[in-house]
Design a binder for this molecule. Structure first.
Ligand code: SAM
Length: 341
């Protein structure tokens, strides 16, 4: 392994990752598995087939890729999946990544469905994780079971409570589905804000084949915001997390709501991120197909730095998601669980 600026702070810093549109990549989403213990209707098909474990990057390979990204200026890593907490050696992976906190890496965080959080919250807090995104689309047990195809809400609520008891700040990510949870959003926000949890609402994106028609699921968040504005006083908030969310303060609850609108209001101009799948494919854009096979580079002893530099020249300007009619094919064939959500 070559010495780098991470080992020797006086070494010349390698070039930052800047794409051909002048955007600097500082944020890596690192998927550690494509498997998940839930089957959310908008995310996966009911009968998903998963990759053989031998295809996955091992913990040392994940660390090596992360290390190169950090040396090139990545300051934030979000571990994701699939469901990251179902990977058996997740604590080994988190331990390896946490070594870079304060050495280039400013934030190590995680996106989870929360089902395994009660088991892992204490270790995550010990390893320097401070904030966690929990994906939770309903706090009604029946709606939750329907959307997740059999998930147990209690398990997630226990996980959230455990995480909060260990000092982890929680944000809820909520995909809004026209006929499933759209009507529950005001009460879900009330539930979360009473527990000091911010909420980010997300539009359903056309990623991968599922049983349902995306057209029946998709609702533009402008409609949800109009409904919320009839119930609450919303004021724009300048708060930013480095992500695409636009935030609003809710006067009545004292909490915050974020809106992620990949379809109704494309946010690609400020994109600062890339995504590595659990098999080492680097996707430059969630909604486009171009990738760089970093596993091949790693396993052939190739030049990872050169591969990153080359990949950056191919980062697309924008995705082109569109759900404007029934029966449309997805924008990309990969499910979100494959790319890393
Ligand atoms: N299992 C983890 C979780 O639940 O957060 C991480 C992976 S999951 C794929 C990441 C996020 O992607 C979740 O918030 C999920 O709701 C969201 N997601 C999955 N498919 C989506 C889609 N088609 N459109 C919008 N969001 C989606």
């Amino acid at each position: 392994m070559t010495a780098s600026v991470l080992d020797n702070p006086k070494a010349k810093a390698p070039a930052p990752l800047i794409d051909s549109f002048g955007r600097t990549v500082t944020y890596l989403r690192l998927s550690v598995t494509d498997r998940c213990d839930l089957r959310c209707t908008y995310c996966m098909s009911e009968k998903m087939t998963f990759l053989p474990k031998s295809d996955l990057l091992d913990a040392a390979e994940l660390e090596e890729v992360a290390r190169r990204f950090i040396a090139r200026g990545v300051t934030k890593i979000r571990v994701t999946g699939g469901e990251p907490l179902v990977r058996r050696n997740i604590l080994d992976i988190m331990t390896r990544l946490s070594k870079y906190l304060g050495k280039g890496l400013q934030e190590l965080t995680l996106t989870t469905n929360g089902t395994q959080l009660a088991k892992h919250a204490e270790d995550l807090a010990r390893l320097g994780v401070r904030r966690i995104n929990v994906s939770l689309d309903s706090v009604n047990p029946e709606t939750f079971a329907r959307i997740t195809r059999g998930g147990k809400l209690e398990q997630v609520l226990d996980g959230i409570a455990a995480a909060q008891s260990h000092g982890l700040k929680i944000k809820l990510n909520v995909v809004v589905l026209k006929n499933d949870n759209a009507a529950e959003i005001p009460s879900l926000i009330g539930w979360a804000h009473r527990r000091d949890i911010d909420v980010t609402l997300i539009e359903a994106m056309p990623l991968g084949e599922i049983e349902a028609d995306r057209f029946d699921q998709y609702i533009p968040l402008s409609e949800i915001r109009a409904d919320l504005e009839r119930r609450f006083t919303l004021t724009p908030d300048t708060y930013r997390t480095g992500g695409p969310s636009q935030y609003w303060q809710v006067t009545e609850t004292g909490g915050r709501i974020g809106f992620i609108t990949p379809l109704s209001n494309n946010f690609c101009a400020g994109c600062n991120r890339v995504r590595l799948t659990c098999t080492g494919k680097l996707f430059l854009c969630l909604g486009q197909n171009d990738d760089a096979d970093l596993r091949a580079v790693l396993r052939s002893g190739g030049d990872l730095d050169a591969a990153l530099t080359e990949a950056m020249t191919r980062k697309p300007k924008a995705h082109d998601f569109l759900i404007d009619a029934p029966g449309k094919a997805p924008a990309v064939a990969r499910h979100m669980s494959m790319t890393g959500g």
